[in-house]
Design a protein around this ligand. Structure first.
Ligand code: GDP
Length: 139
């Protein structure tokens, strides 16, 4: 069993697609082990995206991520990091495959509806960033 962090970004929440994103996970047999809705502060967004702090889009990305509420989830399943990335589609929605979340809902390379951890180490960091042990269901 593997875990990953999923975020429905402010644009996804604003577009009323929380339910559709979760339905895609559940349809694939992915379990939701933790979930909450919150609005990030600028400092919290900067901490979450610290790996991108030298990127030209860092300021814009962290502004966007604080612009409204987000839904944060711990997903659980076999190979769930890769499976979630597959369901999400490419970072740039223009390159995303048909039927992926970003292809269906993203409007912009930055406003791309969902986040998903890209490796076991980032998943561990990102899950800890939002959830403590007591908030994650054990099965
Ligand atoms: P991800 O793992 O697919 O989310 O992609 P990255 O880790 O490379 O980038 C993190 C997030 O930064 C992306 O999901 C986008 O929201 C944003 N982003 C990535 N590339 C760009 C870019 O070239 N311009 C802008 N404005 N935002 C970007």
């Amino acid at each position: 069993m593997e875990r990953t962090l999923s975020i429905i970004k402010p644009d996804g929440v604003a577009k009323n697609v929380i339910g559709d994103v979760i339905r895609r996970f559940e349809t694939k047999g992915i379990k939701i082990a933790a979930m909450k809705m919150l609005q990030l502060t600028k400092t919290q967004a900067q901490g979450f995206y610290a790996v991108h702090k030298e990127r030209p889009f860092f300021n814009s990305l962290t502004d966007f991520m604080t612009s409204g509420p987000i839904v944060v989830m711990v997903l659980e399943g076999e190979d769930v990091i890769a499976e979630n990335r597959e369901l999400m589609g490419a970072t740039n929605f223009k390159d995303a495959k048909e039927g992926t979340i970003r292809k269906d809902y993203a409007t912009d390379i930055e406003k791309n509806v969902v986040h998903g951890s890209d490796a076991p180490e980032t998943a561990a960091f990102e899950i800890k960033y939002f959830f403590n042990d007591l908030e994650i269901q054990k099965r």
